[in-house]
Write a protein that binds this ligand. Structure first.
Ligand SMILES: O=C(O)CCC(=O)C(=O)O
Ligand SMILES: [Fe+2]
Length: 265
């Protein structure tokens, strides 16, 4: 089925905090992106070791020629239009220049997981460096503010999400406990770690798995509960991106300055 935008997707995004545009990338673009990404796993593992989860930003490591398909993706009209309908015409895929774009990769040695988290939360360890806490409390539950994108170039079952969780600043009973559930250490077998990873994902109340195929595109609120659960040997090359407004870019700049100032105290 070719991708077709439906207004129901706007409702989904606003209530659930995520929506998946199924098979929105054409096979020819997927092919070009896969070829352009070919060196990325080796670069990432050379830099961060065999368990490397990502290379970010890819623009610092790839040639202008290799980056070209990623810019084609960022300006692909059906994608640009779908994003503008979910968000607004002021939201620009990849910030128009792919300067923060990452690729998410599978680990080589062992199953592992990020742990359930909300990327930015007011009671997190980075909250003291919030540029403006009252502003953050307003924008974190605003459907048009924070967003993140996963766009797999190969089938990807790694991402889990809790629909609707971005709309509440505070956790429901059981969420913290599920997130902090003890996990097996490095000495457990791969099969024990794999099983524990799946059970850990399922333990979170109302969690769903974002099962995706090549060329699907998921946009989600990164401040809702989510995680990545990874298996070695399960090839993963997933574009990790955002579609900010100028105000969101400015918020991240202010936040990074506030954190730098707090670190120097
Ligand atoms: O791998 C994923 O899909 C999610 C990764 C993630 O949430 C993170 O690194 O913060
Ligand atoms: Fe995250």
């Amino acid at each position: 089925m070719p991708f077709e935008f439906r207004d129901e997707m706007i409702h989904r995004y606003r209530s659930d905090g995520y929506v998946i545009f199924r098979q929105i990338l054409p096979p020819s673009l997927i092919r070009d992106l896969r070829k352009a990404a070919a060196r990325v796993p080796e670069i990432a593992r050379g830099k961060s070791g065999p368990q490397a989860q990502r290379l970010q930003p890819i623009a610092s490591h790839l040639t202008a020629e290799e980056m070209k398909p990623f810019l084609d993706y960022a300006t692909f009209p059906p994608l640009v239009e779908a994003i503008q309908r979910i968000l607004t015409p002021r939201h620009t895929l990849s910030n128009g220049k792919a300067d923060r774009m990452a690729l998410l990769l599978e680990p080589v040695e062992k199953p592992w997981w990020t742990g359930w988290h909300r990327d930015i939360r007011e009671d997190g360890d980075r909250a003291t460096a919030m540029p403006d806490l009252e502003e953050f409390r307003r924008i974190t539950v605003d459907p048009l503010w924070f967003n993140q994108i996963n766009c797999p170039l190969y089938e990807d079952n790694c991402t889990w999400y809790v629909p609707g969780s971005y709309l509440r600043r505070f956790d429901l009973p059981g969420e913290k406990a599920a997130a902090e559930h003890p996990m097996p250490g490095e000495t457990a077998t791969d099969e024990e770690r794999e099983r524990a990873g799946v059970e850990y994902c399922q333990r979170m109340p109302s969690s769903i798995r974002a099962s995706m195929d090549a060329g699907d595109f998921m946009i989600y609120h990164p401040n809702g509960w989510h995680l990545g659960n990874y298996l070695p040997g399960r090839k993963r090359v997933t574009l990790h991106d955002w579609a900010p407004t100028p105000e969101l870019v400015d918020w991240y700049d202010r936040w990074s300055k506030a954190r730098a100032a707090a670190a120097n105290k």
